[in-house]
Design a binder for this molecule. Structure first.
Ligand SMILES: [Fe+2]
Length: 249
């Protein structure tokens, strides 16, 4: 790929310290940032869980933690840019979620109109469409986090295609594409990538072990599996460039 010297963008991670079930403290964030850099990332979105109606870290806390991370990056001269967002758990009243976004309580992806949303894994297809309709009506560009997890649509190529045709962007976790000959799920996930249905990769990293920042290993695996270069180019570089500029894909 012609631009991979510029690095990858991880659009989904839990590295903001001490705010959710991801990095517990700043030293864990530092270790995870180092791993992300080793995995070829030069830009990472911190997308802490936001669960409406539940206890979420306050805006002040999130900003303070982000400031600490930025100071660490400057001090240690880490070659990575951090952008803040949220992974919004969507249930209940979507209009209330929109109000929280407008109030700044829930973060879009780096002040753009892109939002990263997740649902219960048991959500029905109709439930996804209802949420998409509300968010798009308010002008938000919807990215569905780890699309491979929702039972109602994950194995339904037609349903996924309809969502992408409606302007919904599908994010896949990098670990989901890795798997050998007998891993039928991983093979299916690679097929979705190869068919151009996936707009973004994210590591969804929560820690340094089981759910670590993973990017280059997954991309290398996809190349080995002969996923077309132009598809990977789009997911890894072109789409993240559009995301940061708040352009439509
Ligand atoms: Fe996540």
């Amino acid at each position: 790929m012609k631009r991979n010297q510029q690095g990858y963008t991880d659009i989904h991670s839990h590295l903001l310290p001490g705010v959710d079930d991801g990095a517990r403290n700043l030293s864990m964030t530092e270790k995870m940032l180092t791993m992300a850099i080793e995995q070829g990332c030069d830009r990472i979105y911190f997308t802490p869980h936001y669960v409406p109606g539940k206890r979420n870290a306050s805006i002040a806390t999130r900003e303070k933690r982000l400031q600490e991370v930025k100071e660490l990056i400057a001090e240690k001269n880490l070659p990575i840019e951090v952008i803040i967002g949220n992974e919004i758990y969507v249930y209940g009243d979507k209009e209330e979620i929109v109000k929280s976004i407008k109030a700044g309580e829930i973060k879009t992806m780096g002040e753009t109109s892109y939002i990263l949303v997740e649902f219960s894994t048991a959500i029905k297809e109709q439930g996804i469409w209802e949420a998409v309709e509300v968010f798009q009506r308010y002008g938000y560009k919807v990215i569905i986090a780890h699309v491979e997890r929702y039972e109602s649509i994950a194995k339904n190529g037609e349903a996924l295609r309809k969502l992408t045709e409606a302007g919904v962007y599908l994010q896949m976790n990098t670990e989901s594409v890795i798997g050998g000959l007998f891993d039928r799920d991983a093979a299916w996930h690679r097929k979705l990538v190869a068919e151009g249905l996936i707009s973004f990769f994210g590591s969804d990293a929560h820690d340094t072990e089981g759910r670590a920042p993973l990017m280059e290993d997954a991309i290398a695996f996809l190349k080995k599996k002969k996923i077309p270069e132009h598809i990977l180019e789009r997911i890894c570089f072109e789409n993240p460039d559009k995301l940061i500029k708040d352009e439509y894909i």
